[in-house]
Design a protein around this ligand. Sequence first.
Ligand SMILES: O=C[C@H](O)COP(=O)(O)O
Length: 266
Amino acid sequence: MNTPQTLPWSLDLPASARLTLACLDLTSLNDGDTEADIAQLCQRAQGPMGSVAAVCVWPRLAAFARAQLPAHIGVAAVANFPHGHTDVDAAVRDTLQIVQAGAQEVDVVLPYRALMAGDEAAVTRLLTAVRQACPGLVLKVILETGELKTPALIERACQLALAAGADFLKTSTGKTATHATPEAAQIMLNAIAASPAARDKVGFKPSGGIRTVQDAIFYEALTQQILGAEALTPKRFRIGASSIFGHIESVLNPTATPAAVPSSGY
Ligand SMILES: O=C[C@H](O)COP(=O)(O)O
């Protein structure tokens, strides 16, 4: 992966590791996840190196995660995940379960196949219903950019998500062949910057396949370049990752025994 060449970005690995940790949505979305797995995730989320921004789990484990964490660490849970179907009732059921769990954030998959088929109304219907079902929670819309493939479709997905009230645009579920890419990130960040209503408010969450601090640095640099340095806070920038924690730890505490970090299994 290439770091943007024009940036005055110093490659200070420990500083970037600390920023990445503070902006991390520490994720576990394995089908077989148990309370024991999530207890371990929540331990890691509040370790001696510092706290992550949020943990990201299945709706069925959101209440358990909330009970394991101090208030300053958010709980995010996924809706309409990972398939991105157009079933509004099912997506709203997921969302209400997340709200009732006391979670702070909903990561919903945009119905990307409907968008590819030209059915923008179905996309808007689902996203609007989910937005209405979780007032006051942070709403991240997952575009699944690796499936959308063309710049025009990715840009349109951004516009529909922003119009429906997204607080963050998120690249990927981590469950398809193509994860976050530099090209998709650039389109998404430009879409946020191009919208007067979004440019100082909406955040960006690259996710899927981000495994090292160097991977994260690329997205941090690109976000700084397009949205400005003020966007590099957990309010406007997250990294979604299931397996980066061990690398952050090895940068910040090189003498520690590496923790066994479960991957998403994909
Ligand atoms: O939402 C975040 C992704 O599911 C994490 O993907 P990953 O397992 O490739 O890190």
